[in-house]
Design a protein around this ligand. Structure first.
Ligand code: FAQ
Length: 311
């Protein structure tokens, strides 16, 4: 009876759009679902630094290099905000990293594809960040306070990321025939994996029903994917590029009909069989191990300061 009453009060808060804060009562399934989604989101930001990091030393100008470096740093920062938000649910950062390394936690499938040319830096910013923003703008209204506040801050930075990617693509698309071909090739390779970022169709989405009921997700996977498609196809056309789908059709309501995603590829990548899954995790583990002394030094410094403060 007690739990039933708490549950009703909890749902009433959600329905009234009142944020749930760390010390508030929450159903265990809500907490677990948030831990899963926020930590996976954090892992995506951090693992997502790798495909772009691959091009830092080969950026075509100092300007391009500085912008790319700042962008990658931002992604690391986003990971940090999100780990902090997830930690308020009672799980330590070490535990999140361990789950990632053991393959128990996921990260966005899109980062398991290789970045082969400089144009991929354009495609990642334009498409991957573009898809991330559509999702994250919606998540700014998520029901859990710390997650919502992290999203508000992250969205401000992501819109700059999307523009820097589109600038690279526009520049290449207006360049020599070779540059234009490079831009089109990058669009061809990143289009489908970007559409996959929104997750399976609503009918196959295991978590959507609970997440929508509890206001963790405000819009469904398919609705968000369609918003991204409708924004992005005209942007491609504006710079003379074409999305790699012969069945694109503009409907009278202004929305685009497209072919379906290759779901077999999607699930394969998620299960660990994408082109770069092994490489991404191996690199993360190596960087984590090599950074152990930095974490130890930071913890020792914080402890020393705390002792000094007590006197
Ligand atoms: N990749 O029941 P659903 C960025 C899993 S940030 C891998 O529909 P849900 C910034 C899902 O986890 C990009 N796994 O799940 C950047 C679940 O498995 P589980 C990241 C996926 O949670 C840019 C199972 O499939 N953004 O890019 C994917 O309700 C450039 C069933 O799926 C976020 O994480 C996928 N694409 O909906 C950084 C946003 N899709 O956990 C660097 C927050 C599904 O039971 C460079 N997350 N799965 O083992 C969300 O909005 C949701 O978690 C979804 C999935 C929409 C991703």
């Amino acid at each position: 009876m007690e739990d039933q009453k708490k549950m009703e009060e909890f749902q009433a808060k959600i329905d009234a759009r009142i944020k749930i804060e760390p010390k508030d009562w929450m159903p265990e399934k809500y907490r677990q679902n948030l831990i899963r989604q926020i930590s996976q989101h954090a892992h995506s930001e951090v693992i997502g630094m790798q495909p772009e990091g691959n091009w830092l030393t080969r950026a075509p100008s100092l300007r391009a290099k500085k912008i790319l470096m700042a962008k990658i740093q931002d992604e690391g920062g986003h990971g940090l905000y999100l780990y902090c938000a997830a930690e308020t649910l009672g799980v330590s950062r070490d535990q999140f990293i361990q789950w990632l390394h053991e393959g128990k936690a996921k990260y966005a499938s899109v980062f398991n594809y290789p970045s082969l040319t400089w144009a991929d830096m354009g495609a990642i910013g334009w498409l991957v960040d573009g898809a991330a923003i559509v999702n994250q703008v919606s998540l700014q209204r998520t029901s859990y306070g710390p997650y919502s506040r992290a999203m508000i801050r992250i969205c401000k930075e992501e819109s700059f990321h999307q523009r820097q990617g589109y600038e690279i693509m526009a520049h290449l698309a207006n360049g020599t025939p070779e540059q234009r071909a490079m831009a089109q090739d990058a669009l061809n390779r990143w289009w489908w994996s970007s559409l996959m970022m929104f997750g399976p169709h609503d009918s196959d989405s295991a978590h959507s029903k609970d997440s929508m009921k509890w206001g963790i997700k405000l819009e469904t996977n398919d609705d968000l994917r369609q918003q991204f498609i409708d924004k992005t196809i005209p942007q491609a056309e504006l710079i003379g590029l074409k999305v790699p789908d012969d069945n694109v059709e503009l409907l009278p309501n202004g929305s685009y009909k497209t072919s379906d995603i290759d779901w077999e590829e999607f699930w394969n990548v998620i299960k660990g069989y994408g082109p770069c899954n092994t490489k991404r995790l191996k690199h993360h583990k190596k960087a984590h191990d090599e950074g152990a002394w930095v974490r130890e030094a930071a913890a020792a410094y914080a402890e020393k300061k705390a002792v000094e403060a007590v006197g």
